[in-house]
Design a protein around this ligand. Sequence first.
Ligand code: NAD
Length: 278
Amino acid sequence: MTQDPARGTAQDGTPVSIVTGGATGIGGAISRALATRGDHVVLNDIDVTAAAETATAIRTDGGSCTVVEGDVTDDGVVAAVVEAAVAVRGVVDHLVNNVGDFRPASRDFAHSTPAQWQRLYELNLRHVLAMSHAVLPYVVAGSSIVNVSTVEAFRGIPASAPYSAFKAGVAAFTKSLAVELGPRGVRVNAIAPDLTDTAQTSRAAMLRGRDEELVPLWLPLGRFAEAEDHARVVTFLTSDDARFVTGHTIPVDGGTLAASGWYRRHDGKGWTNMPDRP
Ligand SMILES: NC(=O)c1ccc[n+]([C@@H]2O[C@H](COP(=O)([O-])OP(=O)(O)OC[C@H]3O[C@@H](n4cnc5c(N)ncnc54)[C@H](O)[C@@H]3O)[C@@H](O)[C@H]2O)c1
């Protein structure tokens, strides 16, 4: 774990925002969006090359950032990330706990192992607690935390029961911490993405042998998500526009949770909850 020597040049009053897993995918879009807004972004990522590329892109666009490489499930990395953020202005304005993964996955729960449950816990819930705990001495009135859960915290998913359990834990933690931190003027929210084209769940893998033209039938808004769709909501949640919003997990899912198993019929004649053939 190392820190990028090219430290950012945040000026007094510049919001300092931490984004874990901030190099690519949803986290990458969030890092870029917050930097574009003017925040100094402390970007943590395990992928050294990708983190350097995103940092370069941010600086090229006129933004400022500090890179802290390393695995956020390591408490030493958590401490280094917070130290880097506090070095800028002495406070942490916003924390985005983005890292999470449905892997290591198993065929079904019967084939899963305690070692897999442990790693899924570390990747999806434990570091959310560790990072939030570590920033507590440095958050101030107006600060916020945004966690990244999933729609599968609210809807069942086969072959990923431990992942969904830990992500449901993220949503529950979000509510309880929001209650605790409310009197300090600190808000805590989460987003619950679905079907986003990232390296973890690429559009190609999601479609895998399926007819691309069926996508508009599966989601009410008719398309898969882009990482930027989530970045926009996180930008809102970490802004003063959301100053009275706390304790919520907002689905950013194109309507899949609302539809909850309902699909548009292929013949265009209404909807079905029993998918039919073309
Ligand atoms: N993509 C989706 O459709 C989807 C759906 C629901 C929830 N989510 C959640 O959104 C979040 C981001 O997902 P994504 O699809 O962008 O993921 P991704 O795997 O495509 O990208 C994750 C980023 O985090 C970094 N990273 C991974 N493990 C890390 C670690 N231990 N420490 C530091 N950095 C690490 C990666 O290098 C990468 O830059 C996750 O919490 C995921 O569970 C995603």
